[in-house]
Design a protein around this ligand. Structure first.
Ligand code: G
Ligand code: G
Ligand code: MN
Ligand code: NA
Length: 254
């Protein structure tokens, strides 16, 4: 509970930050988009991982405030890129389960995007398979509404949950992200390789973009390219960067 109080205070004191990790087109090497990742650096110099504080925030209303802060920050950052080479950048935003089960989400996001004059088509909402399983009907309805407004939806951590192929077939999603646990063992593991290839093939048949996560080595990148995987992210391709560093790193927008 102490951490929840501290986190609330950090939010109020504006101590949370967003960093942006490049998502790269594996064929051309061009920048395809970025994933926004939240960071909490405490005034004492220590930091807390979102792996730790997001689940805690999810146990209370705090996740709603954090989710709004993340969306506001990400969209203001996008708006600030107008007139630069990165003005058409797509920004992926991680969503918490409780956000996606709220029927108020579509109107809320539409209002934020309108207020900041950011096209919804530049915003990609990432949700995990696990979230989909909680209240599938409600989540799928919210997904359709968001898609109809123009937001893109990406299924994160794909392969870790239990989403049935029957459900997947009818989801209004644009992309699937191959979980990094599969990517990790790619160079040596025949079975992980088979899984990656299967996801890529699935994507081709369902017309979904595939984004591989956690690419750390050239060997992994090579296998993914050989599988026909179109997009990827990971430390090899780019560490998460502040907005300023991102603009500096991609002066031509790609
Ligand atoms: O950035 P890092 O690898 O430490 O993130 C750890 C976890 O926190 C990941 O599962 C990621 O999806 C999640 N996460 C990062 N930023 C956000 C955010 O802004 N909102 C939510 N809900 N989760 C986030
Ligand atoms: O659950 P989600 O896919 O949103 O988590 C993304 C997390 O993965 C981020 O916290 C980010 O810091 C982390 N990440 C990004 N690239 C790499 C990588 O190459 N290796 C590892 N181990 N983690 C990564
Ligand atoms: Mn993600
Ligand atoms: Na993921």
């Amino acid at each position: 509970l102490a951490i929840e109080t501290e986190l609330r205070e950090a939010l109020r004191a504006d101590q949370l930050r967003l960093v942006y990790q490049p998502i790269v087109d594996l064929r051309s090497g061009d920048l395809h988009g970025v994933e926004a990742l939240i960071r909490w650096h405490k005034p004492d110099g220590s930091s807390v991982s979102p792996d730790l504080f997001i689940p805690i925030a999810e146990q209370s209303d705090l996740i709603v405030d954090i989710g709004r802060w993340v969306m506001g920050r990400a969209l203001r950052d996008l708006a600030s890129l107008k007139g630069t080479a990165l003005q058409a950048l797509k920004v992926h935003v991680n969503m918490a389960a409780s956000e996606f089960t709220s029927t108020a989400l579509p109107d809320l996001l539409r209002a934020v995007a309108q207020e900041l004059a950011v096209p919804a088509s530049q915003v990609v909402l990432e949700l995990t398979e696990g979230m989909l399983m909680r209240q599938p009907e409600q989540v799928v309805r919210v997904m359709h509404e968001l898609r109809d407004i123009g937001f893109e939806i990406s299924l994160d951590d794909f392969g870790m949950g239990h989403s049935s192929l029957a459900l997947l077939k009818n989801l209004p999603i644009r992309s699937l992200k191959i979980d990094r646990s599969f990517v990790r063992d790619l160079p040596t593991g025949e079975r992980d390789r088979a899984i990656a290839q299967t996801i890529v093939d699935l994507g081709r048949h369902l017309q979904l973009d595939i984004i591989a996560e956690g690419i750390e080595g050239d060997d992994q990148l090579g296998v993914l390219r050989a599988c026909g995987c179109r997009f990827g992210q990971g430390w090899l391709l780019g560490r998460p960067l502040s907005l300023k560093a991102l603009v500096h790193r991609f002066p031509n927008g790609r």
